[in-house]
Design a protein around this ligand. Structure first.
Ligand code: FE2
Length: 178
């Protein structure tokens, strides 16, 4: 089966619609971090970078008079739940393997426990752990990481390079196991 690339995922209209809200810069940067961390932790870098790219696609726009309303956000936010569902639907539409789509959806669902009535502590799988850490690595006080700008062309270039690295890594793994 042909691999669904990060560029395929990024260019889809569902991604384009929802990724703008939390910022393309944050999504692409976290995907890059997740790729590196996945290799260190023995996690599939394809799964990690896809989950990272899509982790915040569930954001609702909590704007009030042109400004982000953090009080409303904290009270009502379920972005990880919405994101998991959107990421799953998107990947299935792109023809992604169903198990991959499920793993990505779960990593998106569990990348934060801010919306849960209990903490996840050490209950995350290695993939979920990598995605959470990669997200935290790009976080800035006051949510500034969501406002950094990156245009679509630059994002596609970076993701294309990342796709090449992922494919090289997966091919190498295949050769070692075959
Ligand atoms: Fe994030």
């Amino acid at each position: 089966m042909k691999r669904v690339t990060l560029v395929d995922v990024f260019k889809h209209r569902i991604t384009q619609k929802y990724l703008q809200r939390s910022g393309i810069h944050h999504a692409v940067t976290v995907a890059g971090y997740a790729f590196e961390m996945a290799k260190e932790h023995g996690v599939d870098p394809d799964l990690a970078s896809k989950s990272a790219l899509l982790h915040d696609m569930g954001h609702y726009e909590w704007y009030c008079d042109g400004k982000w309303d953090y009080e409303e956000y904290r009270k009502h936010d379920i972005h990880a739940i919405k994101g998991a569902e959107r990421a799953h639907k998107l990947l299935i539409r792109l023809g992604e393997d169903r198990l991959v789509a499920k793993e990505v959806a779960l990593a998106v669902l569990l990348h934060t426990d801010s919306y849960l009535p209990f903490g996840l502590e050490d209950k995350r799988t290695p993939l979920q752990h990598v995605v959470t850490r990669a997200d935290e690595k790009d976080e800035q006080p006051g949510g500034l990481h969501h406002y950094k700008k990156m245009d679509k062309t630059e994002a596609v270039q970076i993701l294309h390079e990342l796709d090449k690295k992922i494919e090289a890594f997966l091919n190498q793994e295949d050769e070692l196991s075959g």
